[in-house]
Design a protein around this ligand. Structure first.
Ligand SMILES: NC(=O)c1ccc[n+]([C@@H]2O[C@H](COP(=O)([O-])OP(=O)(O)OC[C@H]3O[C@@H](n4cnc5c(N)ncnc54)[C@H](OP(=O)(O)O)[C@@H]3O)[C@@H](O)[C@H]2O)c1
Length: 249
């Protein structure tokens, strides 16, 4: 097992929700390569989270994994308590974790599914942002939320997801106003991002020819936007669409 490098207070600390796998993992790795210590959060993907921690430590910054269901505010608060206990600081929250359930027509949308999508994709971001804002209270920091193109475009078979991500866009603007000037709050709104080796194949993607820039995005498109916002000191309340131009259609 790799040995964690000591943080003498110089390296900044980022907590990325849902970062054991997929885009969260890519975001965590990109921030680590940029010199940040990382708190990896997961709900189910324990072995993937441990693998990501090992990979980060091998690059020379510190990382540790915390299991917490972001729909449970007490688990969220405990995750931030553990973060401060281990790292003594928090500089960046990346609200990445979400679910994207299978397509369902409106009348097939059950109470349980509606509540699960709203609580994971919207309320979870609220719980994490509130805990992060308290943790960043003295020195300030940054929050980057993951919205979606689906927060401004209607996908008739993903209505709960549309509503939750529209909520993330308003949450981003509202928090930017209430947490200024110490904490900046911005969002990344991805279009279709394909993650090599991690696609299940059961999602129907838009025809690439219908995307203005002519192709799907990759994780590097997202991590470039993330690193920009992680360093942007004079930008708050913005929604950065990384969607190949689909939001202008
Ligand atoms: N990929 C795209 O094309 C695309 C497009 C638009 C927007 N986005 C947004 O970009 C972000 C990342 O996308 P993605 O495709 O990588 O997402 P994804 O596959 O839907 O996200 C999965 C991640 O969220 C975590 N998660 C789910 N429920 C959780 C909970 N209750 N508590 C803690 N973690 C939980 C999962 O962790 P466990 O496995 O440990 O449960 C996993 O790490 C999401 O916010 C997504 O909505 C993505």
């Amino acid at each position: 097992m790799a040995v964690s490098p000591e943080n003498t207070g110089k390296r900044k600390v980022a907590l990325v929700t849902g970062s054991g796998r997929r885009l969260g993992r890519q975001s965590a790795l990109a921030l680590a390569r940029d010199g940040w210590d990382i708190v990896i959060n997961y709900a189910h993907a324990e072995s993937e989270a441990d693998r990501t921690v090992e990979e980060i430590i091998a690059t020379g910054t510190d990382a540790f994994a915390v299991k917490a269901d972001i729909t449970d505010s007490s688990e969220v608060d405990e995750m931030f308590r553990l973060t401060l206990a281990r790292c003594s600081r928090l500089d960046l929250l990346v609200n990445n974790a979400a679910i994207f359930p299978r397509a369902a027509g409106f009348t097939e949308l059950s109470n349980d599914l509606w509540n699960k999508v709203i609580s994971t994709n919207l309320t979870g971001q609220f719980y994490c942002a509130r805990a992060a804002a308290k943790a960043m209270n003295r020195s300030g920091g940054k929050i980057i939320n993951f919205a979606s193109l689906g927060g401004v475009q209607v996908w008739a078979e993903h209505i709960a997801y549309n509503v939750a991500k529209a909520g993330v866009i308003m949450l981003t603007k509202a928090l930017a106003k209430s947490l200024a000037p110490k904490i900046t709050v911005n969002a990344i709104a991805p279009g279709t991002i394909i993650i090599a080796g991690e696609e299940s194949g059961d999602v129907n993607h838009i025809d690439e020819k219908k995307i203005p820039l002519g192709h799907y995005g990759g994780p590097e498109d997202i991590t470039r936007a993330l690193l920009y916002l992680a360093h942007a000191d004079y930008v708050t309340g913005q929604i950065l669409f990384v969607d190949g131009g689909r939001a202008i259609l």
